[in-house]
Design a protein around this ligand. Structure first.
Ligand code: GTQ
Ligand code: FE2
Length: 378
């Protein structure tokens, strides 16, 4: 006879499964299994945890290390044969490998292109966005809108849009961090893919027409066709403008005790997220900033846009510097520290918060003990 072990003492209450298995029940479970059926009470406590139990681990990728891997990929595989020459970032756990997930239902990779190379035009149901880590002369074309890209720019490839990328022949090797919701789309079984009937799209609009129409100083263009798409018309958010906006905010605000000065890459027409399924932020940690800990539903993948410091994630310390990438899995305590006493640090991040919000499950908790700071395990 097997006895149901109550792992969590909180489970020994009415409303939780407390069934003691008997030989008759074991036979019954076998009978159910033959009928593609099961006993809910066998699984109830596991599939209804008291709080979210992520299978993902906080993970950090050093840019110095991963940049070398990107350069090796450039030597080893042709861009046109790879389709996209991307080194995927995989979580430091078994979780999500079957979905090529970095954390939760998010995908991330580092895309490397040499001058003169292109990524052939295609489209998919998955949405994409990218943070440009280095390079010169890089560009993307989104539904016929050409967009030039510089270091620390953030650019959108909304779901269903044709896109191709490239680097001008006179440019430099370019390395981008891509974020996509491929795992989510495959989980939902909604992922379609198509290739364009030519390697690159014809530019049907002037270069940078969308950011130059919609990206300005709280202004909205009149007298042109109304933007009727469910994503941001800005398409690219320029680093200089983002950095200046954060410094301006810092001049007049203390910022958040968790995140310092933080700005959402917003759809200026709605104030909401730029994409329907993924959001992004840039945050500024003032010199000496020592953030407090909180946790929330949703997954976040960070890219260090500048400065050096560390983050305590689930009690573990991760030191970071420019363009290191790290992730914070759902419902995991985290706090950020800028190790420079004077100079500001910047963290870019992308997340699945729009999904959490759309589903009514965006939940946050503040770390109350120890003056708001985790005890570091390392
Ligand atoms: O650049 O279109 O990292 O479709 C993964 C899938 C990049 C892209 C990725 C993609 C792309
Ligand atoms: Fe793509």
């Amino acid at each position: 006879m097997t006895t149901k072990a109550i792992i969590d003492p909180r489970d020994d209450v009415l409303g939780r499964s407390r069934v003691t298995d008997t030989p008759e029940l074991e036979i019954f479970y076998g009978e159910l299994a033959k009928r593609n059926a099961g006993a809910f009470w066998k699984r109830a406590n596991a599939i209804e945890p008291w709080e979210p139990e992520t299978r993902y681990r906080p993970t950090l990728w050093r840019y110095a290390d991963m940049r070398a891997m990107c350069l090796r990929a450039i030597e080893l595989v042709k861009a046109e044969e790879a389709g996209r020459r991307v080194v995927t970032l995989l979580n430091d756990s078994d979780a999500g490998r079957e979905h090529t997930a970095v954390c939760g239902w998010l995908f991330s990779g580092m895309q490397a292109m040499r001058p003169g190379e292109i990524t052939p035009a295609h489209k998919h149901t998955a949405s994409a966005h990218r943070f440009i880590m280095e390079g010169k002369g890089a560009y993307t074309v989104v539904d016929g809108h050409p967009i030039t890209l510089g270091a620390n720019d953030y650019v959108l490839t909304p779901n269903g849009c044709w896109h191709d990328h490239g680097v001008d022949a006179e440019g430099e090797v370019s390395i981008w961090q891509d974020g996509l919701d491929i795992p989510l789309m495959n989980c939902l079984e909604t992922n379609f893919y198509a290739v364009y009937d030519a390697p690159v799209q014809a530019a049907t609009f002037p270069v940078n027409d969308l950011p130059q129409s919609y990206g300005g100083a709280g202004l909205r263009p009149e007298g042109i066709a109304a933007w009727d798409k469910p994503y941001s018309p800005v398409m690219v958010y320029r680093w200089d403008a983002v950095r200046d906006a954060l410094r301006n905010l810092a001049d007049v605000s203390e910022g958040s005790p968790f995140d310092g000065h933080m700005m959402r890459y917003a759809n200026p027409l709605t104030g909401g997220w730029a994409l329907q399924t993924m959001g992004a932020h840039m945050q500024r940690l003032p010199g000496g900033f020592c953030g407090k800990a909180h946790r929330h539903t949703g997954n976040v993948v960070y890219n260090v846009a500048g400065g050096h410091g560390y983050s305590l994630i689930g009690g573990q310390r991760f030191d970071w510097q420019r363009h290191d990438i790290f992730c914070v899995p759902a419902w995991t305590w985290h706090e950020h520290v800028n190790l420079d006493p004077v100079d500001e640090a910047f963290l870019f991040s992308f997340n699945d918060f729009p999904v959490m919000e759309a589903l009514g499950v965006r939940i946050e908790e503040v770390f109350a003990d120890n003056d708001g700071h985790q005890i570091c395990a390392l």
